[in-house]
Design a protein around this ligand. Sequence first.
Ligand code: HDE
Length: 668
Amino acid sequence: MENKKTEQLRNFTVNNEEKHGLTTNQGVKMAEDEFSLKAGQRGPTLMEDFHFREKMTHFDHERIPERIVHARGVGAHGYFQLYESLEDYTKADFLTDPSKVTPVFVRFSTVQGSRGSNDTVRDVRGFATKFYTDEGNYDLVGNNMPVFFVQDAIKFPDFVHAVKPEPHNEIPQGASAHDTFWDFIGQNPESAHMVMWVMSDRAIPRSLRMMEGFGVHTFRLVNAAGRSHFVKFHWKPVLGVHSLVWDEAQKIAGKNPDFHREDLYDAIERGQFPEWELGLQLIPEEDEHKFDFDILDPTKLWPEEEIPVKLVGKMTLNRNVSNFFAETEQAAFHPGHVVPGIDFSNDPLLQGRLFSYTDTQLSRLGGPNFHQIPINRPVCPFHNNQRDGMHQMTIHQGQTSYHRNGLNAGLPAPVPVEQGGYEHYQEKIDGRKIRGRSDSFLDFYSQAKLFYNSLAPYEQEHVKKAFSFELGKCKSELVKANAVALLNHIDRSLAQAVADPIGAPLPAENLEVKSDKKSPALSMADTVRKPDTKSIAIVRIGDPDLERLADWTMAFNEHRLNYTIVGEKLHDLPNPLKVTATFDTADPALFDGVLLISSEPSIPTPALEFIEMTFKHYKPLALALLDNRVLKKARVKTDEAGVYDLSASTIQAFINGIAQGRFWERKL
Ligand code: HDE
């Protein structure tokens, strides 16, 4: 668990539990912290009350600006380790030495909402990783979707203005279901591919631990001999890729707005450490033009069946932050933080990002020394002639702060490339200065179609419903019509299915891309399915057979399944059979499956609602009842898929059902 980063962070920690007296920030012990200094017990407060002034001033300045996008997030520490050396592709030392354990800090985020918004909104998720390598910090600042809305960074402010809450009334929060977002999409057809992803189940992950990560842009790896490969980065979750259903996501938003944050925190506290494998797709430099898409276009993915993902290492998150503000909120990521052996491509979106991230930290973190904040400090030494500035924490010694100097023997001196100095890849460029877009970026629809074609029928159904929901919330007829016109370029049947419920016209001419090409990797249907770390509600009514219950909980433990016993009241039964949640505090939307055990002939309404909702959300249901006729009221049928009557089924069958996740074949 110990690594260079944890050791470094320890130097900055202060523990209030240690027996220190209360002091001011100047170290003066204070005898009183509840009453300000007044002229008489009922008189006015005095200006000379330095303690009051200091305390209040600090409080008045406790907040910093939230991130312009990705404001709501959650972070955790961990480590990365390589499977085998990648020296054929890169000289980055953390990617060539499999014995090296590289500390990491990861921050997950939503994009649209503010810091206090809900976790389970329909949105892209940020997936930003800081590798504290021995050669400096490397940040892989990605998302859980492999493409982006716009092709050129200069359009990013426009896109963000369109998706954020509308300027006149600041509505809606944490949602893209509004006119300006869909107006932007209709007017900017390059967003067609990305919007398909956002309307898919990828935008409502079950858990941050169960989503993929993508570097999005094409980057470059360069080996010691100077040979270059284009690369796309992937994170593949060991638990598979899983999603919520939309109705469930909306309910969770009310029942537990911190659902994802808590899920990550609890998993790490329980020792159920989330893991991802790092994957690389590689294209040798000379093959750049061999594809039917431009590899510099960030609205295109590289189909995994054509360019396989090579799994090269694993990341494990094993420690929660000890202070959210100091670590998660002050973490400053930047796609331009690279180390020797990793370089950029000319993707015009990436090029603009290289400017934006440092720039935004200057106002968010208050000046140019944010790299000195503990969470952002490299674990290797850093020296240069940059000096001063707001919040300078380092006392630089000596007389010189310039290069070249003679007075300090030329130090700190540039490091030759052979000794680890960073050298930009010497790509040959010859062109005119123009504002424009390459014709090779103009195919907006083929991959949108590829994505849609690749989905399972139930996933396609969800996409249709998502469009109908989002566009149904729009007020402008123009906006709706333009969005349907966009879909008409992708898939006629999709356009039709959306036009219908939202009352928008379907264009007369069918303009859909004619292709039935699929990329199975784009669907989540064939993902890894395990019961591990999922959560079950055991709803306990009356005085059921505790021995049976104890056996079941043991089986759950064996499969690393978490369970919560829900009852009408908090009962003081022996652990682990204690009722820890009631119908007031628990909700079926918060669990992956429900087991109902009852000793009573009738079941209270909240318990029936519990199983009805679980059934409606296609989740597994195990039943140990006196009389199954009570189920009629809950409209649950025991002969439907994923419903286990424990008088006939085993608990293992239910556990397999939990692994399976959802039973889409269920007739509701
Ligand atoms: Fe970001 N993005 N972005 N972005 N982005 C920010 O940086 C920006 C883009 C991503 O947990 C900001 O520190 C521009 C793509 C993540 O702290 C800002 C463009 C991808 C995070 C910024 C993009 C991302 C950010 C806001 C288009 C996936 C959260 C606060 C040219 C590959 C990092 C901040 C964290 C955050 C700019 C597009 C991912 C304003 C200009 C594409 C995960 O600098």
